[in-house]
Structure formats: structure tokens, C-alpha cells
Design a protein around this ligand. Structure first.
Ligand code: DGP
Length: 247
């Protein structure tokens, strides 16, 4: 295949064979040494508001898909479900909900997607997830009277990500990106507390990346991390979050 590609360099055939090479490389990574199907990877992108997560996650889905990877983009809170609509009303300040109760709603919104996530991962589809239980802990623990240990409890046992990327952005850099919107939590003081909580929750295994760079440069870094994760974790067990158990 490589020699055909070399012979036809620059031609439409070369482009086609290049694509074919990409796809065959990806298909090979979905099989282990025994030729059986391997699982997809769970990749979570976290960060404070305005860190660019949503743009980067969409680009990751586009770029990985066009390179032949099977990828699905997910976002939490998932506002399309009944629980998600309750969360949306709360965030839009249309509805007040007790802080404990809303914490459990955010968690329930993740749990209601677990069976779908497990099915996709088992089928070999990798999931790029925009926010997860770490946002759950860091946002609620930024409220008075909450601690991280209590906040973790309802999410214990969710599928544990193979990679967690945390996008950091200083408050000065965030301010340059424009004012916060109208949603609950979009205030500088609150966001600073959230960032402190992320700093406390971060473990050595997390990829902490300064998001104060061009969209293209940040995307290139994230793409490398995703490809490395998909290669590394395809035949690893899927663990349960904040426990030693596996699925
Ligand atoms: P987003 O759609 O990514 O802009 O998130 C909406 C807002 O909700 C954002 O300010 C972060 C916050 N958030 C996300 N997940 C959770 C969670 O699990 N718990 C709490 N309290 N807030 C969350």
C-alpha cells in the first residue's frame, strides 16, 4: 500500500490511498493481537467556563472522524433529557432548586447516559465528553457549605475516563474572551473558586493544558492526546470512577 502511495504522490489516487492507509491503521488499532474487537476510549475534557472546551470537542470529533476513528461527542449536562431540561431551567435562572438537589440532578443526568456509553465503548466507539463528574464536584463544592468528599459520592462508579484533559485559563485571559453570559455560575468570583477546586482535584495522570493559545495549536495538542489514548487503552479494562472496580 505504501509503495502505491509513493508512486502516485500528488495524484487523486495518492490522496485516496493515503485515506485508505489512515483507515486501515485505525481498523488495526481496533483489533487486539488475537484479532478480536477492542473497546473505545473515554476521553473527558474539563475546564472552567470560557476555556474553549465546546469548540475543541467539536473539532476533535470532526478531525478524528475524518481520520477514520469511530468517535461520538457527548456533553454534560445533557440538556435534551427530562432531567437535562430541569437543569437547563435552573442554569437559566428560570427555576430555583436546592443546591443539594441540583447536585444530584447533575449526577443523575450522567447516570442516565451510562448504558449508552458502555454500549458504544464496547462497540469500539470512543467518546469525547465535554464536562463530566469533575465539573460536578468543582462547581457544587464552590458553593458555601459543600465539601469535595460529599460532592463525589453520587458519581462513584460511573465509567472512569481513560484520559482527563483539564483546560486552564487565567481570569485575565478569560476576561479577554468577553464577558460571561447570563447563566447561573457565570461570575468571576465563582469561577475562581471553581478553578481552585479543579487545582485541588487534579491528579498526576491528568493532562493539564493552558488554553490561552490559538484554536489550531490547542486542537493539535488535543488530537495527539486522543490518538495516544485510543491506542493505549483499547485493550485495557474500563474502571469505575473513584473505586478500584471494573466494568
Ligand atoms: P456548559 O453547558 O458546559 O456551559 O455547562 C453549564 C454550566 O453548568 C456551567 O457553568 C458549568 C455547570 N456545570 C456543569 N456540570 C455541572 C455539575 O455536575 N454540577 C454543577 N453544580 N454545575 C455543573
Amino acid at each position: 500500500m505504501k509503495s502505491i502511495h509513493r508512486l502516485c504522490r500528488g495524484s487523486a489516487v495518492a490522496k485516496f490511498s493515503g485515506r485508505l492507509l489512515n483507515f486501515s491503521a485505525v481498523i488495526l488499532t481496533r483489533m487486539n493481537a488475537h484479532g478480536t474487537q477492542t473497546r473505545g476510549s473515554l476521553i473527558v475534557i474539563e475546564g472552567c467556563d470560557r476555556s474553549g472546551k465546546t469548540t475543541q470537542c467539536s473539532l476533535l470529533q470532526e478531525n478524528l472522524t475524518s481520520s477514520g476513528y469511530s468517535v461520538k461527542l457527548m456533553k454534560f449536562p445533557d440538556r435534551t433529557t427530562v432531567i437535562g431540561q430541569m437543569i437547563n431551567d435552573y442554569l437559566a435562572c428560570k427555576q430555583d432548586v436546592d443546591d443539594h438537589a441540583v447536585h444530584l440532578l447533575f449526577s443523575a443526568n450522567r447516570w442516565e447516559r451510562v448504558s449508552m456509553m458502555l454500549k458504544l465503548l464496547e462497540q469500539g466507539t470512543s467518546l469525547i465528553v465535554d464536562r463530566y463528574a469533575y465539573s460536578g464536584v468543582c462547581y457544587t463544592a464552590a458553593k458555601r457549605g459543600f465539601d469535595m468528599s460529599w460532592c463525589k459520592q453520587p458519581d462513584i462508579g460511573l465509567p472512569r475516563p481513560d484520559t482527563i484533559v483539564y483546560l486552564t485559563l487565567s481570569s485575565e485571559a478569560a476576561a479577554k474572551r468577553g464577558n460571561y453570559g447570563e447563566e447561573r455560575y457565570e461570575q468571576t468570583d465563582f469561577q475562581k473558586k471553581v478553578a481552585d477546586n479543579f487545582a485541588a482535584l487534579t491528579e498526576d495522570s491528568w493532562k493539564v493544558i493552558d488554553a490561552d493559545k490559538s484554536i489550531e495549536n490547542l486542537q493539535a495538542e488535543l488530537l495527539d492526546i486522543c490518538k495516544e489514548t485510543i491506542k493505549r487503552s483499547s485493550d485495557q479494562p474500563l474502571y469505575k470512577l473513584w473505586t478500584d472496580g471494573t466494568y
